[in-house]
Design a binder for this molecule. Structure first.
Ligand code: NAP
Length: 483
């Protein structure tokens, strides 16, 4: 199979925050990989901007270092890197000041696609949006890209949406959730809506429950002070896990079209029931395995912020009434693993005398590591001795089927930036989606704050707090092993 690179129109991308961590780790290395794939047209320019007083050359040097650090050696042909760097320029701009904007305006050429990536703290989004308009730099065709966190509750998200809406139409605003750019997440839609096999079973009648797990081995060291103001619910559940939940639970959109897809996701969020306190478990990792605990990392000995959360969630609609969705995410857990597991119900009647080997069918969609899918099915245990059942995985590891093509597949940021240039908003969150997600999240957080709930301690390298196991045991179910 030959990977198809669909060229994009000539563009100028202005990256505000170009000296920051995200720009260096993801955005610029991602653009380099698209350049390598032949997707960046010769006229394209990437203009970095931040307060630091850099020359074009100093900026190029810093990006050369970032490429050396974050792009695998086999992809870093020095001649190709040098060609890529020729597309880069830099202008010192303070989002809150008036300097540099006139230079930016002069530099941008009419007739190209113009995108402005706000890779800066959300507190600066309004300043950037306002000055882009005030200085006549952004027009009705321009696009802006904004990063998470998009608010910390419904009120702040609404305020941010309102600020952006003063200067840009919704069709110009690209709110990034990089989970939506992952290959397997998009494959989830292909599997659901391009096969007849799964969709008829995709409902409460046949699905016992769904588990969504995002487990990390790292703690919050290095960004503890920020994380302590956020916690797992705001940092992971309200955005990334909510998006995964929507893609699993939504009705088939009439077309793979930005608003058709986002309309269906929004309906799911609106159908989420409030979560009862007994269906929430929050945790905080203890010191261990040679590292400090959460409270040391957060530099807050009294912290009640959760580094782990598990929730039992219900969707009140015809398709899902009665099927629980269990979500869990945490830091310093046993393994780095993200997956969605859809567990199907037992057949209505067993025709076999020995049913002891029977296990549920489970469709496992792995996001990381080893992207792929596994369908657990029952077969006859091989050999003589009568009819005994055993469970085997039908492994749909994309690495086996697609080989080099998958290895070369763009990472989430690359794909999403190219979608911005193409003007395709399907994989970006719409303003009303974000607000609906906060409207569901807010009372959950306010509830535990009002009750003064403290998170339960858990050991680093474990699967999370004991109470999270009980959340499942109570329902006669078990979490899948984190590995
Ligand atoms: P960072 O490392 O702190 O970088 C911030 C950037 O903003 C720097 O380039 C800084 O450069 C620039 N900046 C600060 N004040 C400015 C001003 N007044 N005017 C113009 N530029 C200014 O932050 P980051 O980690 O790259 O994160 C950027 C955004 O992405 C944040 O919204 C963050 O929440 C989000 N995000 C980051 C990650 C990640 O992995 N890093 C992941 C998801 C989301 P100067 O100081 O030179 O101005």
């Amino acid at each position: 199979m030959v990977a198809r690179v669909i060229p994009v129109e000539a563009f100028e991308l202005v990256v505000f925050g170009a000296t920051g961590d995200l720009a260096h780790r993801k955005i610029l290395p991602g653009l380099f990989r698209r350049f390598l794939a032949g997707q960046i047209p010769p006229e394209a320019r990437i203009i970095g901007a931040a307060r630091a007083d850099l020359t074009d050359q100093a900026f190029r040097d810093s990006i050369a270092e970032a490429i050396a650090e974050y792009v695998p050696a086999k992809l870093r042909d020095p001649a190709v890197v040098a060609d890529f760097l020729k597309h880069l320029e830099y202008i010192p701009i303070d989002a809150k000041g008036e300097g540099g904007w006139a230079t930016l305006k002069e530099k941008l050429r009419p007739g190209l696609v113009h995108a402005f990536y706000f890779s800066v703290a959300p507190a600066l989004f309004g300043d950037l949006a306002e000055r882009l308009k005030l200085h006549g730099i952004a027009g009705p065709e321009s696009r802006i890209v904004v990063e998470k966190p998009f608010g910390r509750d419904l009120a702040t998200a609404k305020a941010l949406n309102a600020t952006l809406a003063c200067h840009f139409e919704e069709g110009q605003i690209y709110r990034i959730d990089h989970y939506l750019g992952k290959e397997t997440v998009q494959n989830l839609m292909a599997v659901r809506f391009a096969n007849i096999l799964f969709e008829p079973l995709w409902k409460a009648e046949y699905v016992d429950h769904v588990q969504i797990t995002v487990a990390e081995t790292v703690g919050v060291e290095g960004r503890g002070a920020y994380y302590d103001t956020s916690g797992a619910m705001r940092d992971m559940v309200q955005n990334h896990m909510m998006q995964l939940l929507c893609l699993i639970a939504m009705e088939p959109p009439y077309h793979f079209d930005p608003d058709a897809v986002r309309d269906e996701k929004l309906k799911v969020i609106r159908a989420l029931d409030p979560v009862r306190p007994e269906d929430i478990v929050r945790g905080q990792y203890l010191p261990g395995l040679g590292e400090g605990g959460y409270r040391e990392h957060a530099e807050n000995p009294e912290s009640k912020t959760e580094s782990y959360i598990a929730l039992r969630v219900h969707i009140s609609n015809w398709r899902w009434k009665g099927t629980p969705f269990y979500l869990r995410t945490g830091k310093r857990l046993r393994a780095r693993a993200s997956e969605i597991a859809i567990t199907f119900k037992e057949p209505p009647h067993s025709i076999f005398d020995d049913h002891s080997g029977w296990r549920e069918n489970v469709l496992v969609i792995r996001l990381q590591p080893d992207e792929g899918m596994n369908l657990m099915v029952m077969i006859k245990e091989p050999g003589p001795g009568g009819m005994r059942l055993m469970q085997v995985p039908l492994d749909m590891s994309f690495a086996d089927a697609l080989g080099a093509e998958l290895a070369d597949a763009p990472d989430a940021y690359e794909r999403l930036i190219m979608d911005v240039i193409r003007g395709n908003q399907t994989l970006f969150m719409r303003g009303d989606e974000v607000e609906a997600a906060w409207a569901w999240t807010d009372p959950i957080i306010q509830g535990w704050e009002a009750r003064g709930d403290a998170p339960q301690a858990y050991d680093p390298g474990s699967s999370g707090p004991e109470d999270a196991l009980m959340l499942m045991h109570r329902d006669g179910r078990r979490w899948r092993e984190i590995r």
